[in-house]
Write a protein that binds this ligand. Structure first.
Ligand SMILES: NC(=O)c1ccc[n+]([C@@H]2O[C@H](COP(=O)([O-])OP(=O)(O)OC[C@H]3O[C@@H](n4cnc5c(N)ncnc54)[C@H](O)[C@@H]3O)[C@@H](O)[C@H]2O)c1
Length: 259
């Protein structure tokens, strides 16, 4: 079989990790995938804020499961994958979005901090994809979309550990894309730049001239990204229409990094 012969399953089932925050990339991605007809499994370790998002997706006519998952734990992922399959069926779209964005001077990064960011941002992508890819191999169709970061493309001071994990996600994307391409599965990544989410709001004090000052200096289109900007790109990479694109880094960053 060649990739061009692979046919999308009738029932689209998408897992989106890190989908539990009200104003987050994950929630916006869920809404765009639901709009395109997928049933949705929202995986997050914090499920306290997720209720309204679940209701919104259900109101769109989609089936939804919410799973409390730690993406750095294989055991937790296996349990969530089993729940998702039994409630929604085999999984054919995976968006690896969960992540943490720590900041620290390079010389002060402790082993614990380093392990934590690698475990969640890099091993989490590895573990979730390994737990799900067999469904896609079986269906001879699948879409994996990883959320990386422009920090991996430009570098980012005081975020060496974070940038290294996100660079790893880009390399993971390309390597897995090569292995999966003949099996009807594409693997791509989207590196956001400055997107106004709860996550970004919580680190606003890192920007000495404020977020708008940072945007004015670094982003040619002169506005902050919105979660929908990222979700739109992810929905395209998860769609049937993108079947000839794999191993790609689709930068959605207002022109911050052009490469
Ligand atoms: N917002 C931006 O400007 C920006 C820029 C570059 C990259 N990113 C990346 O985009 C992704 C989403 O970012 P966001 O701004 O929506 O962040 P966010 O902090 O709002 O959302 C991240 C989500 O991941 C979840 N999460 C964290 N650790 C987890 C774990 N171990 N298991 C399960 N869930 C876990 C959190 O609970 C949260 O819901 C992240 O990978 C982030 O690194 C964001």
């Amino acid at each position: 079989m060649s990739n061009s012969e692979s046919v999308a399953p009738k029932n689209k089932v998408a897992v989106v990790t890190g989908a539990g925050r009200a104003i987050g990339l994950g929630a916006a991605i869920c809404k765009f995938l639901a709009r395109d007809g997928a049933d949705i499994a929202m995986w997050d370790w914090n499920v306290d804020e997720a209720g309204p998002i679940v209701e919104e997706l259900k109101a769109m006519g989609r089936k939804v499961v919410l799973c409390q998952v730690d993406v750095s734990s294989r055991k937790s992922i296996e349990a969530a994958a089993a729940t998702t399959r039994s409630e929604l069926g085999p999984i054919n779209i995976l968006v690896n979005n969960a992540g943490i964005s720590p900041e620290e001077d390079f010389v002060d990064i402790s082993d614990e901090e380093l392990d934590k960011v690698i475990d969640i941002n890099l091993k989490g992508v590895f573990y979730c994809t390994q737990a799900i890819i067999d469904d896609m191999i079986e269906a001879k169709w699948g879409r994996v979309v990883n959320i990386s970061s422009s920090s991996a493309q430009t570098g980012a001071k005081r975020m060496v550990h974070y940038a290294a994990t996100k660079g790893g996600v880009i390399a993971f994307t390309k390597a897995l894309a090569q292995e999966m391409a003949p099996l009807g599965i594409t693997v791509n990544n989207v590196p956001p730049s400055t997107v106004y989410t709860d996550g970004l709001k919580s680190v606003e004090d890192r920007f000495p001239n404020g977020l708008q000052g940072y945007v004015d200096q670094t982003i040619p289109v002169k506005r902050m990204g919105q979660p929908e900007d990222i979700a739109n790109a992810v929905a395209f990479l998860a769609s049937e229409a993108s079947g000839y694109i794999t191993g790609h880094t689709l930068s959605v960053n207002g022109g911050r990094f052009m490469g």
